[in-house]
Every structure is written in structure tokens, then in C-alpha cells.
Design a protein around this ligand. Structure first.
Ligand SMILES: [Zn+2]
Length: 277
């Protein structure tokens, strides 16, 4: 029996949103995951009550994500996320920039940093750009200077209109090399086509991490047989509300045949280091 029962957990991948923020097909998908979000909607959109819900499942910090993908998922505005998190230590607001929709990405980023953003989520396959494209590159020195980690969607998505070629982890090679002090996380760890590539790149670059939201915990050791050898690079995320309950995967990760110290790194330690907690 391991001793992770009372462990404080950091969830690095939490979406929030009002029903009207997301398109109907997103709701259909989340309902098919039997998401508790729909049963407890009033609680989910009220920051005070949401914090209580998180803490009741040992989640001590949660990274809260906006999204600006009007053709794919919908729009959860940066302003909404920043306001939702305000005054709650538990909630860590990230901002997002869609380089196809804004003329000056770095100016946008500076605005959201002033408003309290603590990191950035980028959606290359939804917003149709490569992470090493010149139109987004100006964000990276600003993020590095301000110690803001960046979470990139990598790998597959079930949502129509997303283009997987933009979500190949190889495009992070340039960014990781050029900004060695900037923590970069591959959300979904290259899901589908690129587990090996994502794992290899994360070993090559000390600032590149594997974020495991959206992956069934029982498959983690099949996707990453050498997980323990690279355990300082794995970060837990739920992808709430695209999952039945916010703690289903936490329970499963605790049961994996890994050292107790490794489970603690995945669920807490690595994220705490990246977020400077
Ligand atoms: Zn997500």
C-alpha cells in the first residue's frame, strides 16, 4: 500500500467554460465521456464552489485554460478565465493567443501578463500554425523572461477541423533549443502518432515535458516503457470536463506499478517546479 492517499495534486489541464462558450459538438463529446460537469453545472461555473470541488479531490492547484478556436471548439475568453481565477490561490490562470486572429501576438501577451496570466496554452492544430512559425515566435522571449510555462496541444484531437500536422512535437525542437529556460509542455504527449518522438525529445531537451491528459493511465507504460527513467518530465493533467470525473485518472495513476516517489512527481512535484510553487 503506498502513501499517496493524502498527496496534494496539481492538475495542469483544466478547461472551464459556460455552456454558451462551446459549440454543440463539444458538449456532445463531453456528455459521451459522462462528464459530471453537466450534472453539477452550477457548481462548475462558480469559482468558489469549483475550488471546493477540486479540494474535495485533493487537487491543490489547477491550471485553468481559455481557448480561442471559433471554428473548432468555441471561444472561452482570456478575460473570463482571468476573472474566474481572481482571488483564488487554487486556480492558476493561463492565457491563449490565436496568431491567426491577432495582428500583434506579443502585445496581446503583455496585456494578459499584466492582467495576471501565469502561463500560456497554445492550440497549433486548432488555430492552424506551426509552433516554430515566425508569427508566434515573438511570444517565446517574453514568456521566458516572465517565467511563464507554455502548454502546447500535441497529437490527435477528435474535433473536426483540427489539423494534426501542426501538432507534431518535432516543431518544438526549435523552440526548446532557442529558449532553454522556458518550460514547454506537450499536452497529450504526442497522442496517437508520436509517443516515442515526444518521449525522445523530452529526454533531449531539459525544458521539454510530457503532459499526460487525455491518455488512459492503464496504457501509460505501454506508450512509455521507460517512464521511470524520465520520471522528472511527466506532468499530470485531467483535460476536465472531457472526462467523467476530475479524479478518475488520479485514482488510476496511483495504482500504476511505479515507485511511490515517481507517482508523487507525476501528480505534484514536477508541476510544482515548473510553476515555481
Ligand atoms: Zn484540453
Amino acid at each position: 500500500m503506498n502513501n499517496t492517499g493524502k498527496l496534494k495534486i496539481i492538475d495542469f489541464h483544466v478547461h472551464i467554460g459556460l455552456k454558451e462558450h462551446w459549440h454543440e459538438w463539444i458538449h456532445e463529446y463531453q456528455k459521451s465521456a459522462h462528464s459530471e460537469y453537466y450534472k453539477r453545472y452550477d457548481e462548475m461555473i462558480d469559482p468558489e464552489r469549483f475550488v471546493v470541488y477540486l479540494k474535495s479531490h485533493q487537487i491543490y492547484r489547477a491550471v485553468i485554460l481559455p481557448e480561442i478556436s471559433p471554428n473548432i471548439t468555441g471561444i472561452v475568453p482570456n478575460e473570463y478565465v482571468l476573472e474566474f481565477c481572481q482571488g483564488h490561490n487554487t486556480l492558476i490562470p493561463f492565457c491563449t493567443i490565436n496568431p491567426s486572429l491577432v495582428s500583434n501576438p506579443s502585445q496581446e501577451l503583455k496585456k494578459y501578463i499584466k492582467m495576471g496570466a501565469r502561463g500560456i496554452k497554445l492550440y497549433p492544430s486548432y488555430n492552424h500554425f506551426y509552433p516554430n512559425d515566425s508569427k508566434i515566435y515573438s511570444l517565446y522571449p517574453i514568456a521566458q523572461k516572465n517565467k511563464l510555462p507554455i502548454l502546447f496541444h500535441t497529437g490527435s484531437s477528435v474535433f473536426k477541423g483540427s489539423k494534426i500536422k501542426y501538432a507534431d512535437p518535432i516543431y518544438l525542437d526549435d523552440v526548446a533549443s532557442d529558449f532553454p529556460d522556458l518550460p514547454l509542455l506537450m499536452a497529450h504527449s504526442g497522442r496517437g502518432l508520436w509517443y516515442k518522438k515526444a518521449f525522445f525529445l523530452s529526454r533531449l531537451h531539459s525544458n521539454l515535458y510530457l503532459e499526460i491528459s487525455g491518455l488512459p493511465p492503464k496504457n501509460l507504460l505501454n506508450y512509455f516503457p521507460d517512464m521511470e527513467k524520465n520520471i522528472d518530465k511527466f506532468v499530470y493533467g485531467s483535460d476536465w470536463p472531457g472526462i467523467s470525473t476530475i479524479y478518475s485518472n488520479i485514482k488510476a495513476i496511483k495504482k500504476l506499478p511505479l515507485a511511490e516517489s515517481s507517482i508523487k512527481k507525476i501528480l505534484y512535484g514536477n508541476a510544482a517546479r515548473i510553476l515555481g510553487l
